[in-house]
Design a protein around this ligand. Structure first.
Ligand code: GTP
Ligand code: MG
Length: 521
């Protein structure tokens, strides 16, 4: 359904664009063209960011008459989409068809009055809606359906895994349960857009875009939100006038280094921004997006391996000498490149398919690769996920990590240029190792757990089930320690910064409100 919705909206957009151009008779052709091809990374990003700019976030009473609520807001413009979610209160995400509707809503929005506190008059797109007469209105309001933003309780999951038919099914179940939902993705883009509003007060041409697993198709519910702040939107600066006797420059404050300038900018914009990635991270997000969109087995395998690694403590949300999800994803891609026939192409092949628009050189590194997914030939490999998962563990359980580096550009292992225990070449900066942080102990744990899991996956499903034992994915995910990381109760009201932090928290944490065990990211 999600895919159909996404396709429909892009078709609508294409048709609308054509209507504007008044080209009769070509509507159908354009609609077919767009609905039959996969979207490029930049199309998805642009569409979602534009959608986020037409969206507001409203803190509501938990019981509300949804019809009346929508009617009330509709007086400012047509509502295209809306949903509710729960995180330290009930929130509604409301997408208008037109951006102007937000200005109309802001015009009638009041400034709250507090007894002992003074509001900071920053007018954002985050609002609080209250009932005028709660007592008399109570009867007409009922609880609304609220979307889940967090991961599923472990008990229910184990049961589902046990009842599945095959490891492939299990991996599809895990993908269904853990992938980012449409609503969660919308909130991620909304968060970027709200932060862009704040940063835009200082740097009007700036953009804030998500990168990393929020957009590279490998995101799991609860994964962090990596944001890229571009202060002048790709450096589209004005061209200097070449004629005339003068040069005109902006007067600017000087600081001793770029690093200090960055720190100052960040401290001014606030503590909103969790991650500040380099330009190349945007390219690697697009690269992973391409790999994740090529074949459904890729995402299922990556998500399955991510769940496995997290459940065993091979990855952690705390930075340290553990393997990161990014490195794990690269390992899965490398493994899929090594299959015969390969399931995903090498980065060099994606570069060969690129054309002029795809050319990107960032800080002297060639980051070019094809953006049009339809130019990439589908694989002839039909191996099932059952086979692939087992093979993955077997492959890395026996890989000569002491000798070789993984290189996804060439799809080949190469002699290690230095002695780090795990060496995965950075695809865009070949002299760097993306897993330099990993120590020998962590790598050994990964290897021994991979061997053990390969063995467990080889056990006969029927026999294990009849002995009452877990099988497949359920057998390789250990019992988890209780993780009722409900982060305490937060104040309902707060400053915009509190609200934004709350929004980030709600995306990031796996706070189970009922204290049940959950998988974390
Ligand atoms: P999660 O664990 O789900 O957040 O996965 P992620 O892919 O978002 O990883 P993370 O948040 O650690 O990093 C965000 C993005 O930064 C990654 O997707 C990569 O694009 C990039 N990145 C992370 N670590 C490295 C690294 O060691 N080297 C390089 N070149 N890029 C990295
Ligand atoms: Mg991330």
């Amino acid at each position: 359904l999600r895919i159909r919705e996404a396709r429909l909206s892009s078709t609508e957009a294409a048709v609308a664009a054509l209507r504007e151009q008044q080209v009769p008779g070509t509507e159908e052709a354009a609609a077919t063209e767009i609905s039959t091809r996969k979207k490029t990374f930049s199309e998805v990003l642009a569409e979602r960011l534009e959608q986020a700019q037409r969206t507001v976030l409203i803190n509501c009473p938990s019981k509300i008459n949804e019809k009346k609520f929508l009617k009330y807001l509709s007086s400012h413009g047509n509502i295209k989409n809306h949903f509710f979610y729960e995180s330290y209160g009930t929130y509604a995400v409301v997408e208008f068809s037109e951006k102007d509707s937000i200005a109309s809503l802001q015009d009638v929005t009041g400034t709250p009055q507090f007894k002992d506190e003074c509001p900071v008059p920053f007018k954002s797109r985050i609002f609080t809606l209250t009932l005028k007469n709660p007592a008399s209105q109570a009867s007409e309001h009922t609880p609304v359906h609220r979307h889940k933003l967090t991961t599923v309780p472990l008990g229910g999951l184990i049961k589902k895994l046990r009842d599945a038919d095959s490891v492939s099914d299990q991996l599809h179940i895990l993908t269904e349960e853990y992938q980012l939902t449409e609503e969660n993705t919308k909130l991620r883009f909304l968060t970027c857009s709200l932060i862009q509003d704040i940063a835009g007060a200082y740097f009007p041409a700036c953009t804030v875009k998500p990168f990393g697993s929020s957009v590279n198709t490998f995101g799991k519910l609860g994964c962090d939100l990596d944001m890229f702040l571009d202060l002048d939107d790709g450096g589209k600066s004005t061209t200097r006038r070449k004629t005339g006797p003068f040069n005109l420059d902006y007067q600017m404050k000087r600081v001793p280094s770029e690093r200090i300038a960055t720190q100052r900018i960040l401290s001014v914009i606030g503590e909103f921004i969790d991650n500040f990635g380099p330009g190349i991270a945007m390219r690697s997000s697009e690269l992973l997006y391409i790999y994740g969109s090529l074949d459904p087995r890729v995402r299922a395998l990556v998500l399955g391996v991510r769940c496995w690694a997290r459940a065993h403590g091979i990855t952690s949300s705390i930075p340290g000498s553990w393997i990161t999800n990014f490195s794990l994803t690269m390992m899965v891609l490398f493994f899929l490149q090594k299959k015969n026939p390969p399931i995903v192409p090498t980065l060099d092949h994606l570069k060969e398919l690129s054309d002029v628009q795809d050319k990107h050189v960032i800080e002297g590194h060639d980051c070019s690769f094809v953006s049009n997914l339809n130019k990439i030939k589908p694989t002839g490999n039909t191996q099932s996920l059952d086979v692939l998962l087992g093979d993955f563990f077997e492959y890395f359980g026996n890989f000569a990590f002491n000798k070789y580096s993984l290189n996804i550009r060439k799809g080949k292992e190469q002699n290690k240029p230095e002695s780090s225990p795990l060496h995965i070449q950075n695809p865009f900066e070949p002299s760097l190792n993306i897993s330099r942080n990993v120590n020998a102990t962590q790598l050994e744990r990964f290897i021994s757990l991979a061997r053990e899991s390969a063995w467990l996956l080889q056990q006969d499903k029927g026999l294990s089930s009849s002995n009452g034992q877990l099988w497949g994915m359920a057998a390789i995910l250990p019992e988890l320690t209780a993780n009722s990381a409900s982060k305490g109760t937060k104040k309902k009201r707060g400053t915009t910064s509190d609200r934004l932090k709350g929004l980030l928290d709600s995306l990031k944490t796996n706070n189970s409100t009922n204290g049940k065990k959950t998988f974390c990211t």
